[in-house]
Design a protein around this ligand. Structure first.
Ligand code: ARG
Length: 254
C-alpha cells in the first residue's frame, strides 16, 4: 500500500522536478561540449589569489594574453594554470610576474579590453602550446565558425563553474548588425567584434579566454548582455585591430 502510494503520488512530482531542471539546462559556455585532454593546449585558467577568475591563452613560452578587465585589481596576486582541462587540478601553476594593460583600455566602454601577462617561469610542458595571432588589419568576415572555450558559467543564472573545460562553436557577426543589436547597451568599437550561435555563448568566467578561428586567435572574450540570450551576441576584443595588434607586437615581439 505504501509502495503504491509512492508510485501514484511521488512519481509525477519527481517527473516535474526533472522537467524544470531541463529548462535551466537549455539556457546553458552555455550549451557547450566537454573538451578532452590535449584539445585546447593554448587555453589557460587565470587565477586571482588562487581562484579561477578568467580565461587566457598561451602566446609564447613567456607570454599569455587575456582581457584587461580580468587583471584590474592591482593589489591581487595572479597566477595561471596551464596544461590541463581541469579548472582546479593537473597541469602546472605559474605566477604572473608582469601585467600590461592596453593603454587605450577603457573600463566604461570596454574599448581595447586586452592584457598581456608575463610568466615568472618558462611556460612550457605537456599539453601547453602557443596559439598564433592574426596579422594586423586581418578582417573578421561574418558567418565564420569559430571556437570559444573556457571554465565559465554554463548558464546565465548558474553560479558555479564547471570543473572540466567546455567549448562551443559560435559564428562571427557583421559589425553593423551587431552595433544595431547592442545599441541600447554599448558601442561596438573597432577594437571589438561579435559572435554568437542560438542559445550558445561564452559567460561569466570565460572572459579573457580564446576565440579560435582555424587555429588563429582572433578574439578574446570581453563582454555580453546576460549569456546565450538569442537577442544579444557575445562581444570579443578584436586582436587584428592595428592599435591592439601593434601593441602586442611592440610589447612581446610576437
Ligand atoms: N565579462 C564576462 C567575464 O568576466 C564574460 C562576458 C562574456 N559574455 C557573453 N555573454 N559572451 O567572464
Amino acid at each position: 500500500m505504501v509502495r503504491l502510494y509512492m508510485v501514484i503520488f511521488l512519481l509525477p512530482i519527481l517527473l516535474l522536478i526533472e522537467n524544470s531542471s531541463c529548462k535551466t539546462a537549455l539556457g546553458r559556455i552555455v550549451n557547450g561540449k566537454i573538451a578532452t585532454a590535449g584539445e585546447f593546449t593554448y587555453q589557460l585558467s587565470l587565477r586571482r589569489n588562487n581562484k579561477h577568475i578568467c580565461g587566457a591563452s598561451v602566446l609564447s613560452n613567456q607570454w599569455a594574453i587575456s582581457a584587461a578587465h580580468c587583471v584590474e585589481n592591482k593589489r591581487s596576486s595572479y597566477s595561471i594554470r596551464a596544461g590541463t582541462n581541469r579548472r582546479s587540478s593537473g597541469g602546472t601553476i605559474m605566477n604572473v610576474q608582469e601585467i600590461l594593460i592596453h593603454p587605450l583600455y577603457n573600463s566604461d566602454t570596454m574599448n581595447c579590453d586586452v592584457s598581456l601577462l608575463r610568466t615568472q617561469n618558462i611556460l612550457r610542458g605537456d599539453f601547453i602550446e602557443p596559439i598564433v595571432l592574426p596579422k594586423p588589419t586581418q578582417p573578421v568576415p561574418s558567418d565564420l565558425a569559430a571556437m570559444v572555450s573556457g571554465w565559465g558559467h554554463t548558464g546565465s543564472s548558474e553560479e558555479t563553474l564547471p570543473e572540466e573545460l567546455k567549448y562551443a562553436q559560435v559564428y562571427t557577426i557583421d559589425q553593423q548588425e551587431c552595433t544595431e543589436l547592442l545599441r541600447n547597451y554599448g558601442v561596438v568599437t573597432n577594437a571589438m567584434f561579435c559572435a554568437s550561435a542560438r542559445l550558445v555563448d561564452a559567460c561569466q568566467g570565460d572572459s579573457g579566454g580564446p576565440l579560435n578561428l582555424n587555429g588563429v586567435l582572433i578574439g578574446v572574450v570581453s563582454w555580453g548582455i546576460g549569456c546565450a540570450d538569442p537577442d544579444f551576441p557575445g562581444v570579443y576584443t578584436r586582436l587584428a585591430y592595428p592599435p591592439v595588434r601593434n601593441w602586442i607586437q611592440i610589447t612581446t615581439n610576437i
